[in-house]
Design a protein around this ligand. Structure first.
Ligand SMILES: Cc1cc2nc3c(=O)[nH]c(=O)nc-3n(C[C@H](O)[C@H](O)[C@H](O)COP(=O)(O)OP(=O)(O)OC[C@H]3O[C@@H](n4cnc5c(N)ncnc54)[C@H](O)[C@@H]3O)c2cc1C
Length: 239
C-alpha cells in the first residue's frame, strides 16, 4: 500500500496483487497473522505515514488507536531492569496492524490510478531482453486467481515485491538463472506474545527459553487497561 502511495504520482496505473480477500472492516486475514498484535509506529515511520496520509492519525484515533509517548507511557523491561521514564516529544500511534492496514487501504483506494486484485497469487516473474540496453529486465509477473483458478501474465514498467516474509523473489530469480540473486538466509527465531487487560509485573521477567535477547514493553491504554508485549530473538546464519 505504501509502495503504491509512493509511486502513484509517477505511474499511470498501479495494480496491487494480493492473495487474500481483504476484510470489509479492520479484521484478521491469512497473510498477516500478526494483524491482531498491538503495533507501535516508530517516530520516523509515523512521520512518513502522516506525510503520505495527512488524515491518518485523526482517523486511527477515531477508531480506537492510542497516542503513546514512547519514553513516558511505556514500561520497557530489558534484562537489566525497567528503563527510566522521561519527558520527550517521542509521541506516536499504537494500534493493531489490522486497523492500521484498513485505514491505509481506505486512503490509498481513493487514488483513481490505484487498483487492487484480491484473491490473486503472484507466482513468478516475467523476464525479457530490453531492446535498447540488451539487458534482461523484469517485465511483469505471472498470477493465479483463486476466484477463477486461471493463470495470467501482467506486464508493467516496474514490478515491486512487497510480499513481506513470504517473498519468493530471490527463488524466482535463481530459477531464471540469476545465480547471484540467491539470498543469504539466516534463521531468526523471533517470539512475540501480547496480552491486554491486567498485566502481572512478574510477567515482565519471563525470558523465552533458547532466545539470546529478550525484553518486554507495556503501555497504559485507557484507564486501567494495559497492553503488554514480550519478545525475544535468536539469529543464526544457515547458508
Ligand atoms: C507479532 C508481531 C508484532 C509486530 N509489531 C510491530 C510493531 O509494533 N511495529 C512495527 O512497525 N512492526 C511490527 N511488526 C512487523 C510488521 O508487522 C511487519 O514488518 C509488517 O507487517 C511488514 O509489512 P509488509 O507489508 O512488508 O509485509 P506483510 O505484512 O507480510 O504483507 C505482505 C502481503 O503480501 C501478501 N502476499 C504474500 N505473498 C504473496 C503472493 N505470492 N501473492 C500475492 N500476495 C502475497 C500477503 O498476503 C500480505 O498481504 C510486528 C510483527 C509481528 C509478527
Amino acid at each position: 500500500m505504501l509502495a503504491a502511495r509512493t509511486l502513484c504520482g509517477h505511474f499511470k496505473d498501479i495494480i496491487i496483487i494480493e492473495k487474500d480477500k481483504y476484510p470489509s472492516q479492520a479484521g484478521p486475514r491469512n497473510g498477516t497473522p500478526q494483524s491482531n498484535h498491538i503495533h507501535v509506529l516508530l517516530i520516523k515511520g509515523k512521520e512518513i505515514l502522516l506525510r503520505l496520509f495527512p488524515d491518518l492519525e485523526r482517523n486511527l484515533v477515531a477508531k480506537g488507536a492510542h497516542i503513546v509517548n514512547l519514553t513516558n507511557d511505556v514500561d520497557y523491561y530489558v534484562g537489566t531492569g525497567y528503563s527510566i521514564k522521561f519527558e520527550s516529544n517521542l509521541t506516536t500511534i499504537a494500534c493493531t496492524r489490522q486497523l492500521l492496514e484498513h485505514e491505509i487501504r481506505n486512503e490509498i483506494l481513493e487514488f483513481p490510478n490505484v487498483n487492487v486484485r484480491e484473491n490473486t497469487w503472484a507466482t513468478g516473474l516475467v523476464v525479457a531482453k530490453d531492446e535498447k540496453t540488451k539487458r534482461s529486465i523484469c517485465k511483469g509477473v505471472t498470477l493465479i486467481s483463486t476466484n477463477t483458478n486461471s493463470e495470467e501474465t501482467i506486464v508493467g514498467d516496474l514490478v515491486v515485491d512487497t510480499s513481506g516474509r513470504e517473498s519468493k523473489t530471490s527463488e524466482w530469480l535463481y530459477r531464471l538463472g540469476r545465480a547471484g540473486a540467491r539470498a543469504r538466509r539466516c534463521l531468526l527465531q523471533f517470539a512475540v506474545g501480547a496480552t491486554r487487560g491486567r498485566v502481572d509485573r512478574a510477567a515482565h521477567r519471563v525470558r523465552p527459553a533458547r532466545l539470546d535477547d529478550s525484553g518486554s514493553a507495556r503501555a497504559r491504554l485507557a484507564g486501567a487497561r494495559l497492553a503488554q508485549r514480550l519478545s525475544g530473538r535468536q539469529r543464526r546464519e544457515v547458508a
